[in-house]
Design a protein around this ligand. Sequence first.
Ligand code: C5P
Length: 223
Amino acid sequence: MSAASKIIVALDVPSGEKALELAKQVDPAWVKVGLELFCSEGPALVEKLAQNYSVMLDLKLHDIPATVASAVKQVDRLGAKMLTIHCSGGEEMMQAAASSTSSMDILGVTVLTSMDEADLSAVGDGGYPQTLVKKRAKLALQHLAGVVCSPLEAALVRQLSSETLIVTPGVRPNATATDDQKRVATPASAIANGASYLVIGRAIRNASDPSKAFRRIVEQLGG
Ligand code: C5P
């Protein structure tokens, strides 16, 4: 797989017009539609993007199993190839999601990359992010196509399975501007740690030339 086809460009913009413009400018194989864009444009934009790109639909669903199953069925027809749910919704929810799609790989978000040990402890999930990621990944791998985790935890998930999909946000090409992300690494170390795909948003979107920023990351990964 080429380096360019491992990068999922997060279209975290408020309108369909801006999303299509960014996608056209960067011209990646993969794009990600997250909450902002889905709340603004809805399913129609996902269908449109899916005509030209592989789409990761990052809705991070988290509800009772029956509700998640119904939501997955609703988005199954849109042409997206990946859909995210939260592992913290439990094993039954993961099973319900996986059995409600015939077209998408369901990925379980282990622990948000914006959370560190103190954040987890404040919401009652005491312990190290790594411990929680491992616990949730073990459960997820029994039911789902893969997981979303920080590049810092990709290696420990890869040890659990050589085949599972590992998608890592929290990627920063120069590891300086981390924004709200707390568990970050460079694209090269994310891949070295076993990531299958990298989600990159602000490092591309906020660059003065997003297309150049994308190409530079591809070069860093060896082309
Ligand atoms: O701009 P940045 O590269 O930090 O964007 C990361 C993207 O990945 C955002 O769209 C965010 O919603 C998403 N994401 C994340 N952490 C997760 C799962 C998804 O940052 N655990």
